[in-house]
Design a protein around this ligand. Structure first.
Ligand code: UT7
Length: 333
């Protein structure tokens, strides 16, 4: 039997309409555009409407239409949905099933959510790759969609300036005989010993949200920025080296790295550790901040749309997040 190969068939994004700039934040918290830009590289972020129409599954629906169009597929051609998010629409049912309905998919395809924070899209792509290679699925819709604006404390300047809302999707499918576009190697992992660096313990089964939490604001996400920074750079650099090694390839064969967008200084340090020029690194953090599972697919899609990433280019998708989860995908687009 010939080995099944996989590729990215199409991508799409949705960005909420509302733009919140650093200058807007200056008016409500003790911060400055200068501090935020110098320390993070962020100038603005998008924020979902709380009136409806931009919930994580709505954003995913819009982004999926675009990806289906690029992939030249119909909704019912999708036979699995992997929805990466730490901010799902609701606890039950899962967002993937809600999205299945919104897209009008009637084939009862498998639908699952994965909560691996900022590594979500890369986890999804690598899982899709395996499902397709084993013959379990043919066209997998992988979503990273987040509404982090609901989970950050807007009174805490150390965290609220970093995050934004948005969605990116990719469709992973078969790479037919003779097609040079392929997923070349994958890597996934997690180090649970870093659970104290970035977490949100309140609101789960152990500690449901009470009035006291709401009064004290202790139900929001908490992060130890400096610790995350250090682990992030090392991990992202290791990820890139591992996928290259697994594919038997070298850095000079790589055209682009699409890293998780958490902080421009993390991205620059990582590029330095990998030994790749920043000219080959896709960066869009200035416009959107950190959208967790959505950063990699948004940056990937925008680079394709702008003509930077072309079919045939060798790309590393590289991510890291709370968990501490991590992963990378090496592919020829
Ligand atoms: O998606 C993965 C998860 N995210 C990350 O991995 C993020 C990783 N970490 C970071 O990006 C950076 O550590 C931060 C951007 C979060 C913080 O940057 P930093 O250079 O580590 O700053 P700091 O926390 O050491 O703060 C320096 C100073 C402090 O004042 P003092 O103690 O020196 O007087 C802070 O209180 O800056 C102050 N500060 C602010 N000032 C103005 C902290 N936040 C702000 C703010 N505006 N928003």
């Amino acid at each position: 039997m010939t080995e099944i190969k996989t590729k990215i068939l199409g991508t799409g994004i949705y960005l909420p309409k509302k733009v919140v700039t650093n200058l807007d934040l200056e008016k409500v918290i003790d911060t400055s555009d200068q501090w935020i830009f110098e320390r993070t590289g962020i100038r603005a972020r998008r924020i979902c409407s709380t009136e409806g129409g931009e919930w994580p599954t709505d954003m995913a629906m819009h982004a999926s239409w675009k990806a289906l169009e690029t992939a030249r597929l119909q909704p019912n051609d999708i036979d699995m949905i992997i929805f990466a998010s730490v901010t799902p629409d609701q606890k039950l049912p899962n967002s993937a099933s809600l999205l299945q309905q919104k897209l009008g998919i009637t084939n009862n395809c498998a639908c699952m959510d994965i909560a691996v924070a900022c590594s979500g899209f890369v986890y999804g792509v690598n899982m899709a790759n395996s499902f397709i290679k084993t013959g379990m699925a043919k066209n997998v819709l992988v979503v990273g969609s987040e509404m982090l604006s609901r989970e950050v404390d807007w009174n805490d300047r150390t965290i609220c300036i970093l995050f934004g809302d948005g969605c990116g999707v990719g469709i992973v499918g078969r790479s037919e005989e003779g097609d040079e576009s392929q997923i070349l190697s994958t890597h996934l992992g997690s180090d649970g010993s870093g659970k104290e660096f970035f977490n949100q313990p309140v609101g789960g089964a152990v500690e449901p949200i009470t009035e006291t939490h709401i009064k004290e604001g202790t139900h929001f996400m908490r992060m130890k920025g400096k610790e995350m920074f250090k682990v992030a750079t090392r991990t992202l650099a290791d990820n890139a080296k591992i996928v290259l090694e697994r594919a038997g390839m070298t850095l000079d064969q790589v055209d682009w790295v699409v890293p998780h967008q958490a902080n421009i200084r993390i991205i620059e340090t990582t590029a330095n550790l990998i030994g790749i020029s920043m000219d080959k690194v896709i960066v869009n953090i200035e416009n959107y901040g950190n959208t967790s599972a959505a950063t990699v697919p948004i940056a990937f899609h925008e680079a394709i749309e702008s003509g930077k990433i072309k079919r045939g280019d060798v790309v590393i998708l590289d991510a890291f997040g709370a968990g501490l989860t991590f992963g990378a995908t090496l592919l020829r687009y």
